[in-house]
Design a protein around this ligand. Sequence first.
Ligand code: ADP
Ligand code: MG
Length: 391
Amino acid sequence: MDIHEYQAKEILAGFGVPVPRGGLAYSPEQAGYRARELGGQAWVVKAQIHSGGRGAAGGVKLCKSEDEVRTYAGTLFGKNLVTKQTDAAGKGVYRVWVEGASDIRQELYLGFVMDRTSERIMIVASAHGGMEIEDLAQGDPDSLRRMVVDPAVGLADYQARELAFALGLTGGQVAQMVTVLHACYRAYRDLDAMMVEINPLVITGTGDLVALDAKMSFDTNALYKHPQIAALRDPSQEDPREATAADNGLAYVGLDGDIGCIINGAGLAMATMDMIKLSGGEPANFLDIGGGASPERVCQAFRTVLTDKNVSVILVNIFAGINRCDWIANGVVQAYREVGLTLPVVVRLAGTNVKEGQEIIRNSGLPILAADTLAEAAQAAVAARPTAAAA
Ligand code: ADP
Ligand code: MG
């Protein structure tokens, strides 16, 4: 789960990371008021969306007057900001962060990630921050410093100092960097984060370190331990289709095609999507109903798929091991009745209780297209699309 920059800054500040003073605004007027409240001569207005790359996309601006703050905030609210990290639809701006402008002498990069090879938290840092880590890794890989933390020992002071020196820091900056590193590490560990990124961490005109940007994401499976973090979820930043599915315990990923898929098991879902593409179609989603799916769950899967208005046909592909084909079939029939389904549905069942399942489908009298193999099912779904009929 991702959170906003201002939320990450507040959390990290609580652990000891220095951040600029700022305030949140839900309207242009409030943004102007925040600037006045903060005082000073210059402010940075920042769109709060769950994405980086806002600066390059026009979502971060230095403003020199309260009027400018208000006007610029006015151009952001309600707009969908498209960055290098979002899809073409972008993410809606409903909150804006106003903070005092920092006098930047140097921008550093600092990131904490889970390194799957060593199964440990890894710190990645560079003296050349500001740009995104992907660009850094491509354009300036030699500047990247990596350090793995032993979980039994935690981040050691000597490691933190070593990293500070490797970044070229001197004097009091070394001690400040050690504080920042310990703070980020503790926040990461204590809150079950998956990622903590400060980019840029800047050296100001007075030689101090300040986090001008902050990004945190959290392990969804650990959120039950941290209700205060779970409360930071912002559904406006999520794909509404995926959000509803997650609420119902379904693994759902929205895609751009028009063939809705209801499948059990991620591997089978991948194979089905490949087969749809091979047959000349495009999947509208990836939906895994998992094992032991009750008719109610299948019905819920239909509801979820139907929230996507691009869907013109639904393909149900079940290889029942733990699942039972008769339950799935009952779910399909129930979905027809309860959801008032009008779209063509192709069903391919295999495995446990397949005969019973097929019988339920046959006896339902519903216009369900049955298929025996995955290839047939994919072809039938592609052929059943209204666009296929028109062509
Ligand atoms: P993003 O990573 O989404 O582009 P950032 O918060 O990193 O957004 O902002 C982009 C750039 O804007 C930073 O690299 C920095 O140069 C500048 N910037 C951000 N906040 C401030 C600030 N408070 N004062 C001065 N410059 C800032
Ligand atoms: Mg940034």
